[in-house]
Design a protein around this ligand. Sequence first.
Ligand code: ATR
Length: 275
Amino acid sequence: MILYPNASTQLYGIIGHPVRHSLSPIMHNNAFKKRKINAIYLAFDVTNLEAAIAGIKALGIRGLSVTIPHKEAVMKYLDDIDDMAKRIGAVNTIINREGKLLGSNTDWLGAVRALEEVIALKGKKVLIIGAGGSARAICIGIRDKGANVHIANRTISKAKSLAYLCGASFSGIDELNNISNDFDILINTTPVGMSPNEDKIIIDPKVLSNFKVVMDIVYSPVETLLLKEAKKRGCKTVSGLKMLLYQAIAQFELWINQLAPIEEMERALLEAINS
Ligand code: ATR
């Protein structure tokens, strides 16, 4: 007998545009099922953000993930925003607390947790390539964990602003190959290497042996050329899929107030990506 969805089913979801490629429904629905929670998670392709946010309240949607292009614009429609999301300047999670919408950010947590699985961050020297929204969340998160950060970006003015905000040093990407011997960890936050441009790499592979750990936020393909080359040279590697997984786990735990079924969510994610 099917007991749910039924009249008590709680609704969660993701808003973005486009959103049909999102892997979040697969992760969260499998997590709800594993934990026997009467809830479903749907993807909403949203262009009218203000109306969508009013809809959360009107329909009693319990929580939402927020993705591109709404992570910054959504902030002005929420009732409260936690400190970390304020510092990052972006919300990727909305929690509906009895009709009041709270904005939070779990992207930084996803990156920090994925990295901390392989290396302690305190005192480490980290080279971040890119200075967009993802770099910002990651930089603030790992600075809080006591790492020293250098930002290298194609547009140097953006590297400078982010470095100023996070207490990091900065340069253009043209200097990457010269400075790389000074770091423990490399993180690529640019889309370079993303399918269908899988043959692209942001840094000369020869310098990768300088790093202990190399992380890519690109997760399609799961093992980017950057990660393949890093692995060949003996580095530990962290795939973008881990960051995606751990930011979703943090969302589940914010919404549901119980531990997320990590293995189940990872299994569902890998199955979806390989299908
Ligand atoms: P996200 O939210 O994922 O961080 P974003 O804000 O668009 O996305 O940022 C993308 C980052 O990747 C930027 O730092 C961008 O560099 P610019 O600031 O010069 O635009 C960087 N980037 C994108 N394509 C790149 C490429 N082909 N080579 C080098 N850097 C690239």
